[in-house]
Design a protein around this ligand. Structure first.
Ligand code: SAM
Length: 475
């Protein structure tokens, strides 16, 4: 525990925050950051356990409520002592059950709880990476089972913690009234169709930084097959090869490729005879895409822009085809806002072809005990799923910096409805059992009929991995 020389109360009287949650929820890190930022006195509740409790936990045994009682009383006594000395506190404590929290609350008036949560698979992955903590992984499940979420009459709030601890701390402090606004997107109001500019700025910058950091690694990854593409003028990306039946004859058409990344698919569309414009908000991706087109000697125009303002970025231009997908719409907070941007790009009779991650796959985060686990939202949610990661889906030796990213899933019905309600008619809706990367690396096998595609090695009919929607704007 730390005892800083000064305290910074948010309120007239001392304030007491307990950052609660199961193991690996990040409560100690967040509580320490709050203490650093506010100057409040910090304590880790684990430091108050007696030697018997520690020995029991080390041996993998759960503590009983009787074991916990003296510990909880010691914590409440500590809060009381600090309160009487006029000091605000922040404590990291699992506080899983209502009756434990009642004991902590008895320490001083106004004890507030910040409950940090994440899906089980995320916690499990985090705890697997921990060394030197006295709680064995086997206790995580029992903690999750025991957890009693905050009840309506308890002071406090719950936060999903799949974001960097600094961002979580921003949100906590904003909610506690310390700061006027969080630095990352976090809202409780219903999402407007087009996010307001402050919100847009926050998640855009965070996501753009991720994509800038990946661009070079992807351009040199064998998975993107740049050298094969450059080996001959009739070489196409595997993605475009797969999508050709939906694209039709592109000869002489004006095509815009939205969220074009490093331009492997964009180049392929040009090789099929289209006049192509690629658009992406990542400057580094656009640089790689331009370099690829130059090396291939193919004329492609590139525009750097947020896709949600593509009509403004592209001025009066209208296209015969908007092509996009394979990890595109998951970066956008609103599928309605996406459709608002896409449809005005089309001439009457113009088409949209999108093959993207199936929302069913988006809802499957990971495997839990070898099983696919539907842990993530299927439908579009107000809150993004926030990741904090230093890896990517493409094979690379390049060391990537750790980056936060914000993603949203969109249900198939939501995507179709967004297009239909803007004057489009569907010409194809296909669901595929494969994806052009390995979403679950240990469970996938190459597709027997589609080079570059992977599907579940066992019973691939279980999961729709990607979908294709082709739609046409009515004349
Ligand atoms: C997975 S890649 C696109 C897929 C492409 N098929 C590929 O693999 O080459 C996602 C792309 O979306 C871009 N992106 C993400 N959010 C965007 C936004 N709001 N506006 C424009 N581009 C965005 C990223 O920069 C990245 O290049």
């Amino acid at each position: 525990m730390t005892t800083p020389s000064s305290t910074t109360p948010l309120h007239d009287r001392p304030h007491h925050i307990v950052v609660m949650g199961v193991s690996a929820s990040g409560k100690s890190t967040v509580a320490e950051l709050i203490a650093e930022r506010t100057g409040w006195v910090y304590a880790d509740a684990d430091d108050f356990h007696g030697p018997e409790n520690i020995a029991k936990m080390n041996s993998g045994e759960s503590l009983t409520d009787a074991d916990r009682q003296p510990w909880l009383e010691a914590l409440a006594a500590w809060i009381r002592e600090q309160d009487e000395a006029g000091r605000s506190t922040v404590m990291a404590c699992s506080a899983l059950k209502r009756r434990y929290r009642d004991v902590l609350r008895s320490g001083a008036p106004g004890v507030e709880f910040v409950h940090l949560t994440a899906p089980f698979a995320v916690l499990r992955a985090r705890i697997a990476g921990r060394v030197g903590h006295f709680m064995p992984q086997s206790l995580l499940r029992s903690q999750v089972d025991q957890l009693e979420p905050l009840e309506a009459d308890e002071d406090g709030f719950t936060l999903d913690v799949r974001r960097a601890p600094e961002d979580v701390t921003d949100v906590v402090l904003a909610k506690l009234g310390e700061r006027s606004a969080p630095t990352t997107r976090f809202r409780e109001e219903p999402a407007p169709t087009v996010p307001d500019s402050a919100d847009t700025g926050a998640f855009l910058d965070v996501n753009r930084s991720l994509w800038d950091s990946r661009a070079h690694a992807h351009a040199s990854s064998p998975d993107y097959e740049v050298e094969r593409l450059l080996s001959g003028p009739d070489q196409l990306s595997r993605v475009v090869e797969f999508d050709r039946p939906f694209l039709g004859d592109l000869t002489g058409l004006d095509v815009v490729h939205l969220q074009c990344h490093i331009g492997t698919d964009t180049l392929s569309l040009a090789r099929l005879g289209a006049r192509v414009t690629g658009l992406d908000f990542s400057g580094r991706s656009i640089e790689e895409a331009r370099a690829l087109a130059d090396r291939a000697g193919v004329d492609v125009e590139y525009v750097e822009s947020d896709v949600l303002v593509a009509p403004q970025a592209l001025g009066e231009r209208r296209f015969d085809l908007v092509y996009t997908g394979i990890g595109a719409i998951c970066w956008l907070p609103s599928i309605e806002a996406w459709a608002d941007a896409v449809v005005p790009l089309l001439r009457p009779g113009g088409r949209v072809v999108i093959r993207d991650v199936h929302p069913m796959l988006g809802a499957l985060l990971d495997t839990v005990d070898g099983h696919l686990a539907a842990e993530m939202p299927y439908f579009e949610t107000r809150e993004p799923v926030v990741w904090d990661d230093d890896s990517t889906y493409a094979d690379t030796d390049v060391r990537l910096p750790r980056r936060t990213s914000h993603e949203w899933n969109h249900g198939l019905g939501e995507i179709v409805t967004a297009l239909l309600s803007r004057g489009m008619e569907l010409t194809a809706l296909a669901e595929h059992d494969s994806a052009p990367w390995r979403p679950f690396p240990t469970l996938m096998a190459p597709h027997p009929d589609h080079p570059g595609e992977y599907r579940l090695a066992e019973r691939p009919s279980r999961v729709a991995m990607t979908f294709t929607i082709a739609a046409r704007l009515r004349d």
